[in-house]
Design a binder for this molecule. Sequence first.
Ligand code: HEC
Length: 148
Amino acid sequence: MSPRQIAMIVIVVLAVVMIFLTARATPPSQTMSSRVSESAPTGAILYAQHCASCHGDNLQGQPNWQQANADGSYPAPPHDVSGHTWHHNDAYLIAITTYGGAAVTGVATNAMPAFQNQLSDSEIVLILDYIKGTWPDDIKAKQLNGHN
Ligand code: HEC
């Protein structure tokens, strides 16, 4: 075998190895990006399933939400910037969604239901992240220092 033929064989072998390595490297990166795109809408979907019936498809809340109902309860407030969800810190938002409005505020007529038997802790965080993701940056920044 001439040195030229040996060089050709080496080049072919290297090319095959490169193709093999490239093919192997592609699937994990695809899996990663599809995992991200699958998890992104989950908060929105969970919101639509569990919260939108009261808080509105577009986070707009119920009409006249600042006016008490006849029984002393209040309609569901908006979660967009026109409401006061963003006045509250994460701990409070998680607590009220988990344990319900009456348990957290001590006001018996508070009609915000508890979701501890329907949603996991991480699902609740996903929903709240979805809500927060719709706010502009200055509101996001204020919410970080929100009160209970
Ligand atoms: C059956 C109707 C109903 C559903 C469903 C519901 N909520 Fe509520 N929610 C309310 C009402 C009513 C209030 C206001 C109670 C009050 O202030 O008296 C409220 C209040 C809240 C508050 C406090 C907002 C603030 O500014 O004080 C948060 C946060 C909240 N809801 C999140 C959620 C999330 C997240 C979901 C879905 C997992 C959800 N709610 C589903 C009725 C509902």
